[in-house]
Design a protein around this ligand. Structure first.
Ligand code: ADP
Ligand code: MG
Length: 460
């Protein structure tokens, strides 16, 4: 699906990792890995032994994921598995049912339907690390968490559909898997698919002339978890098919949970009627966690790994890394790996040094006021000149205020400095402008998403 072959990508990733990692780590754990395939959602890597897979997952996930993301320029998850023969299969893609040992709970149904009823996705299809118990709740994700729990406990009864959206690495996939664990433990037929897998499955069914079977398969699922719906954008036939699937499920009181990196309104390519369906239920967004929640997440991750990390180290990491939980975990894992390798405890000093190294990496694109100005301009599709000039159409005025807000909050510039930078404006104008955004950001979801996505582009 891409001009770059999987092998080439993986070679590039290994090249980068070789530079980042101590040689023994690289030689022991990475040298014998292969990149085997990828789609828009995940990149699959094979390692020689289950032990190596576990180690890579536990210790290297973030470094590898980040590098894959960098090389492919896509937000891919990484899936590790043991090298094996041709039978190796991604369980979450295989929809045609092999026996799972779970009996059908609709014993009265006719034979044909029984044949197409999908097996409940076995609990093993869900990432064991992604449960409600391991999800740390704070003000930034409370609503999404509670809604996900309600849905898992009584599917189809509370919020249907549940639509969760947030920036990358803030726990959407985690919550979907948590719902999957809980609902399937209640004996329900649950299916987790990325919108990419859904699309592929649908296209395959057209090719095989099995669209009816495809429909039956999906419509009998009791809980459908659709991850990253933004990737479904623009594929008309797939929309059509999803629209029908959605209606079928919804009409029969089955639960649908959807995630996306933006709210339905901002899914530009989505058909209107599908978008309005998504808005029927509950929309819950998640923001980057505050400092306290970040510390709680780190403590919990360290505990789960069975590693003792001092509170001052936790605080140090939490203060430095704030936009994305995946990265937060990445830092922690890197420290643990280093400490492991050197057989030394993690101290504030060693942690600071590692953070230094990691940020040195980011310094290549250090943030300066120009970068913020460009990011704002490109997001609002206006020119940087327009932001510096006097003109004030509403769009430009708002973009300029967002720039003021970001320059003050992200770069800690004073209003006077910001005013000077933005074409010689008065500091009172800057205080007013930044204050306006500051006040509106909590109420105005679209503005919040705007700011968030600009921040993401700045820090990416
Ligand atoms: P998304 O799907 O939104 O990009 P993920 O669900 O993949 O994000 O989360 C990225 C990583 O961060 C995962 O390892 C996940 O377990 C972790 N994570 C995110 N939010 C939380 C949270 N509130 N508590 C614990 N772990 C979290
Ligand atoms: Mg995800």
């Amino acid at each position: 699906m891409n001009e770059q072959s999987t092998r080439e990508i993986w070679k590039a990733v290994l090249g980068e990792l070789q530079l980042q990692l101590p040689r023994p780590t690289f030689e022991t754990w990475l040298k014998q890995t292969d990149g085997v395939s990828y789609d828009e959602h995940q990149f699959i890597v094979e390692a020689p032994t289950p032990f190596a897979v576990a180690w890579l997952e536990r210790r290297m996930y973030n470094a590898i994921q980040k590098t894959v993301e960098k090389v492919t320029e896509r937000p891919l998850e990484v899936l590790f598995r043991v090298k094996q023969g041709q039978e190796a299969q991604d369980v979450s893609v295989s929809l045609t049912g092999q026996a799972t040992g779970l009996e059908s709970d609709e014993s009265g149904q006719d034979r044909d339907e029984a044949l197409v009823k999908p097996p409940a996705q076995p609990a093993s299809a869900f990432n064991p690390k992604y449960t409600f118990d391991t999800f740390v709740v704070g003000p930034s994700n409370q609503l999404a968490y509670s809604a996900a729990k309600a849905v898992a406990d009584s599917p189809g009864k509370s919020y249907n559909p549940l639509f969760i959206y947030s920036g990358v690495g803030l726990g959407k996939t985690h919550l979907l898997h948590a719902i999957g664990h809980t609902a399937s433990s209640h004996g329900l037929t649950v299916r987790y698919v990325t919108s990419e897998q859904f699309t592929n499955d649908f296209i395959t069914s057209i090719g095989n002339r099995t669209t009816e079977a495809f429909r039956q398969r999906y419509r009998s699922v009791e809980v459908l978890l659709l991850d990253d719906v933004q990737f479904m954008s623009g594929k008309e036939q797939t929309h059509e098919s999803f629209f029908h699937t959605f209606n079928d499920l919804h009409n029969s009181g089955h639960q649908v949970v959807i995630t996306s990196d933006r709210p339905p309104k901002a899914l530009a390519m989505l058909q209107d009627r599908l978008r309005s369906r998504f808005e029927w239920g509950l929309l819950a967004d998640m923001q980057p966690p505050d400092l306290e929640t970040r510390m709680a997440i780190l403590l919990s991750k360290a505990r789960n790994l069975g590693v003792r990390v001092g509170e001052s180290v936790i605080e140090l990491i939490a203060k430095r890394v704030h936009k994305n939980v995946r990265e937060l975990e990445g830092c922690l894992n890197r420290m643990i790996a280093q400490a492991d390798l050197m057989s030394t405890p993690i101290t504030v000093q060693s942690a600071a040094r590692i953070l230094e190294e990691m940020t040195a990496d980011n310094d290549r694109h250090a943030i300066d006021p120009e970068r913020i100005l460009e990011a704002v301009a490109s997001h609002f599709r206006v020119s940087t000149e327009a932001l510096l000039a006097r003109g004030r159409t509403q769009k430009i005025a708002q973009a300029r205020q967002v720039a003021m807000y970001l320059l003050i909050n992200e770069l800690e510039m004073t209003p006077t400095q910001v005013g000077r930078f933005l074409g010689g404006r008065d500091h009172a104008t800057v205080i007013h402008g930044a204050g306006k955004i500051n006040g509106e950001i909590n109420e105005d979801t679209i503005l919040r998403r705007d700011v968030l996505s600009i921040k993401e582009s700045i820090f990416a």
